[in-house]
Design a protein around this ligand. Structure first.
Ligand SMILES: Cc1cc2nc3c(=O)[nH]c(=O)nc-3n(C[C@H](O)[C@H](O)[C@H](O)COP(=O)(O)O)c2cc1C
Length: 189
């Protein structure tokens, strides 16, 4: 078993089963601090964070989030399998996690979104160090763009939510779905 940074990289899974144990505010703040250690283009640090805390609060939000995802215009079509999942009233889009950390880019520039994604991976790897697990929730994105959602979460109207990351205590350790062999298209001998 690999340990250290490599161990975390290989152990991280998109977690979809959490226990009911809460995650302390101080721990969430440590995860955000780890997130912002990520590199950023010209040292811009182009991110802001909004935290939704509490399993029940997230469960309450889930229906609104699912409705916004299902209302996406056809060009953003969600595959049929995922539409069925979203349409299931029993399905909580946040997988009953204890908290959601929304990472936002401070401008619509692509480089700012890229920096936020680097920070997001830091946050998810740091969660493992606290015995926690995580799952990026892309389904939350359509709802997060709504002015109402931004106002509710205190997100600056000019900032762009990239995605929410569900955080909680893992109930299982799912197996890796595996990876295809990388296409290394140029590597002279
Ligand atoms: C940008 C992004 C959005 C994602 N959105 C969701 C989501 O809404 N719900 C979910 O259960 N998993 C979501 N995932 C998790 C992926 O399905 C998962 O990372 C992938 O299946 C590989 O599994 P692994 O992370 O365990 O290696 C998302 C992943 C990324 C990178």
């Amino acid at each position: 078993m690999t340990t250290g940074i490599l161990g975390a990289i290989y152990m991280r899974r998109a977690m979809r089963a959490y226990t009911s144990a809460p995650v302390e505010r101080a721990v969430i703040e440590c995860l955000i601090d780890a997130a912002i250690q990520a590199p950023s283009y010209t040292d811009n640090e182009p991110w802001s964070f909004a935290v939704v805390h509490g399993r029940d609060v997230l469960r309450g939000l889930s229906d609104e989030v699912k409705a916004a995802a299902l209302a996406l215009p056809p060009e953003h079509a969600i595959p049929e399998r995922l539409r069925r999942e979203l349409a299931d009233p029993a399905f909580s889009v946040f997988h009953d996690a204890a908290a959601l950390v929304v990472i936002c880019a401070t401008s619509p520039r692509q480089q700012d979104a890229e920096d936020c994604c680097l920070a997001a991976e830091n946050l998810m790897l740091a969660a493992l160090a606290y015995g926690l697990a995580s799952c990026p929730i892309g389904f939350s994105r359509p709802w997060l763009q709504l002015p109402k959602a931004k106002a509710e979460l205190g997100i600056d109207p000019a900032h762009v939510p990239i995605f929410g990351i569900a955080i909680g205590h893992p109930a299982v350790q799912p197996p890796s779905p595996g990876r295809r062999t990388p296409r290394i298209v140029h590597y002279p001998a």
